[in-house]
Design a protein around this ligand. Structure first.
Ligand SMILES: Cc1cc2nc3c(=O)[nH]c(=O)nc-3n(C[C@H](O)[C@H](O)[C@H](O)COP(=O)(O)OP(=O)(O)OC[C@H]3O[C@@H](n4cnc5c(N)ncnc54)[C@H](O)[C@@H]3O)c2cc1C
Length: 402
């Protein structure tokens, strides 16, 4: 049974993260956006407050109790929404495994989780992880990946170029997908861990972007980059038939609701800001008032609906219930709803909403990418319809056993 009430542990964490987002992240947002980067001292400070381990999935933490393990994905929803409410670009500057975490958790062996997550991310120094999947011709179409991994005795040799990799330039641990045999299509794709400073690994161009300007997005070039054999996620088992591509897809089932929760956080930031602004700037007798009330109601309705579908996906993941459809539903629904909330906030405020005096214009620029990365809206709609059509096929008279 789904219980809509947040558990006491989760309520406590929500309040704690909200305070951090409000007092630490939000005040840094404008300056970081204008500069297009974050001062290393601030990153150090964020690491000290949040800790490198903050973004390690609780079930993988040695100190995680049974209760926290069962709440891992829901914790991620609550934390992600609050942090993004504070500032979406600053989140990506909080040290931690980032998107490398879900991939290693989904596809790695226990030894690999220890080596690439715990051992790297438990020290004092800020450490970052990254996931490099996208290539110039392979983003939505992940199966078209051209990066190759060729076995040479006890090593793999990686060659290829990845684009648009969040935190790729400073990552200590990068998860990269590559094909070990192009003729196998998706089957030939495996996930590999590349550690910083590995010879043959270099950072290419840094993207200049519309939003999330304070988050660095880099091109990654692999030229005869040699990594140990045991850096293939899943170890020897990953070489068995039908094992490779699943790691990437399984990681999406965990990360898509998280990205959806972040989008909700940005939309909620815009909604709450313009709600409070309207209370002061739009008097009850104003001719604008009915429009403002209707718009606010619409924003709130859509954001709350987005949260429900997103938390359902996380609730299922915490119970090991297959959730690909729900994960994609959350990702397909929440970012457009949050985008409409950001547009609505600008419409209500008019030119003031367009001014850099307020963060509303920044939220509007930041939100768009949530409908692009971790699978575009279109791709997530394809995933949903494939799930539905699969079930329709099961319902056909010839399949229902009658
Ligand atoms: C700021 C930012 C950060 C990013 N961070 C990362 C990262 O850390 N790691 C990483 O690996 N990638 C990252 N990406 C890349 C991102 O995940 C991809 O850009 C995204 O998955 C889209 O893939 P693509 O670039 O191949 O676009 P394309 O597939 O070329 O898409 C172009 C358009 O065509 C549509 N389209 C494509 N195929 C279909 C289809 N079959 N049906 C309907 N419509 C379709 C898409 O929805 C889109 O609207 C990042 C991107 C950005 C902008």
């Amino acid at each position: 049974m789904i219980d809509f009430e947040l558990h006491d542990t989760l309520k406590g964490i929500e309040a704690f993260v909200h305070q951090f987002a409000e007092q630490t992240l939000r005040p840094l947002a404008r300056e970081a956006d204008t500069n297009g980067k974050v001062d290393p001292k601030v990153i150090q400070m964020l690491g000290q407050i949040a800790g490198n381990r903050a973004t390690i999935v609780p079930e993988e933490r040695p100190d995680a109790g049974e209760e926290r393990a069962r709440l891992g994905n829901m914790l991620s929803m609550i934390g992600s929404e609050e942090l993004a409410w504070g500032d979406a670009a600053m989140i990506l500057n909080i040290p931690g495994p980032g998107l490398a975490g879900p991939s290693i958790n989904a596809a790695g062996t226990p030894e690999q989780k220890k080596k690439f997550l715990h051992d790297v991310f438990t020290g004092e120094e800020p450490r970052f992880g990254a996931l490099a999947v996208t290539e110039a011709q392979a983003g939505s179409d992940v199966s078209n990946v051209q990066t190759t991994a060729t076995r040479d005795g006890d090593e793999w040799i990686l060659n290829g170029t990845k684009v648009f990799c969040t935190n790729g330039a400073r990552a200590d641990v990068l998860v990269i997908n590559a094909t070990i045999d192009k003729s196998l299509g998706r089957e030939g794709q495996k996930l590999f861990v590349v550690l910083k400073d590995t010879p043959g690994f270099r950072v290419g161009k840094i993207e200049k972007k519309l939003g999330l300007t304070a988050s660095e997005t880099a091109e990654i070039v692999l030229e005869d980059c040699r990594i140990p054999f045991d850096h293939i996620l899943g170890g020897e088992d990953a070489l068995k038939p039908k094992s490779g591509f699943k790691g990437t897809m399984k990681a999406f089932d965990a990360s898509r609701p998280t990205v959806a929760a972040m989008a909700i956080g940005i939309g909620r930031a815009a909604y709450e800001y313009v709600r409070d602004w309207s209370a002061v700037e739009v008097p009850a007798h104003s001719r604008r008032r009915p429009f403002v009330e209707a718009k606010l109601a619409h924003m709130k309705r859509e954001l709350d609906a987005a949260r429900l579908v997103t938390r359902k996906a996380a609730w299922m993941a915490d119970r090991r219930i297959p959730n690909s459809k729900e994960a994609s539903m959350s990702k397909a629904y929440a970012p457009p709803a949050a985008l409409r909330a950001c547009i609505g906030a600008i419409e209500i405020m008019g030119p003031e909403g367009y001014s850099k005096e307020h963060l509303v214009e920044k939220w509007y620029r930041d939100i768009k990418v949530y409908d692009i990365f971790e699978g575009t809206g279109q791709i997530n709609r394809v995933v949903i319809s494939r799930n539905i059509l699969g079930r329709l096929d099961e319902l056909k008279p010839e399949n229902n056993g009658s």
